[in-house]
Ligand binder design. Structure first.
Ligand SMILES: [Zn+2]
Length: 224
């Protein structure tokens, strides 16, 4: 049995386009590989490779998932389960690569993602994949628990990974950066009308006293 381990995968460098709240800023896109007991999980799948429109709009420099996984010693086929923290285009684009692993997403998130311009619709649940919709917190296996952390989106979720020396968390986009997480959350990062919920989700993760929290768009960890 291997010691629990989390590896950061850098899947893309983007540039926020004109009209984006942080136009011109660099956006780094990370996914996380979680090895725990006999299970290998992937949290988020980056942006898809078939949208010339988004590639151009965001000046995307992408690394394929297979390449990023290889770098940490894993093949696509080794992934036992996939978690989508939420369904924005930079978090679910590689779902189609995992026909043999259940893909966990919150039911509320899937519902929200049906709104116009929320995501690239056919990246969420392409033919051949198995979607596992969950409603709130959900234990995937002992020591691996999805935590419902809405705010950035209506159905955002994080992953709690218990280890013999305290817990680790893939917070994902519960906050945009580690510094913002530390400060309690900038409501500008929240889905419309969900500012309070956003801050409450950050508070909730902190209250669980994790040893380390990892983020989707910041290579720094909390508490650092
Ligand atoms: Zn994102």
């Amino acid at each position: 049995m291997q010691a629990p381990r989390i590896d950061r995968l850098h899947l893309a460098s983007l540039t926020a386009p004109a009209g984006h709240p942080s136009a011109g800023a660099a956006i780094e896109v990370f996914a996380y590989l979680v090895r725990h007991g006999d299970l290998t999980l992937l949290v988020d799948t980056g942006m898809g490779d078939d949208s010339g429109f988004l590639d151009k709009l965001y000046a995307a420099k992408r690394t394929g998932l297979a390449t990023a996984l290889k770098a940490v010693g894993v093949n696509i086929e080794d992934i036992d389960a996939v978690v989508n923290s939420h369904l924005h285009f930079d978090h679910c684009g590689g779902n189609r690569l995992f026909p043999d692993a259940p893909i966990y997403m919150q039911a509320r998130e899937r519902e929200a993602a049906r709104a116009l311009h929320y995501t690239v619709e056919n990246w969420v649940a392409p033919e051949g994949v198995t979607i596992r919709e969950v409603d709130g917190d959900h234990q995937i296996a002992p020591g691996l628990t999805l935590l419902f952390t809405p705010g950035h989106t209506p159905g955002h979720q994080s992953l709690l990974v218990e280890t013999p020396n305290g817990s680790l968390m893939v917070g994902a986009q519960v906050a945009y950066t580690a510094a913002e997480f530390e400060a309690g959350g900038d409501v500008a990062e929240a889905h419309e009308g969900m500012g309070e919920t956003y801050r409450a989700s950050i508070e909730r993760l902190k209250s669980l006293a994790p040893r380390c929290v990892f983020f989707s768009h910041d290579r720094r960890e909390w508490p650092g």
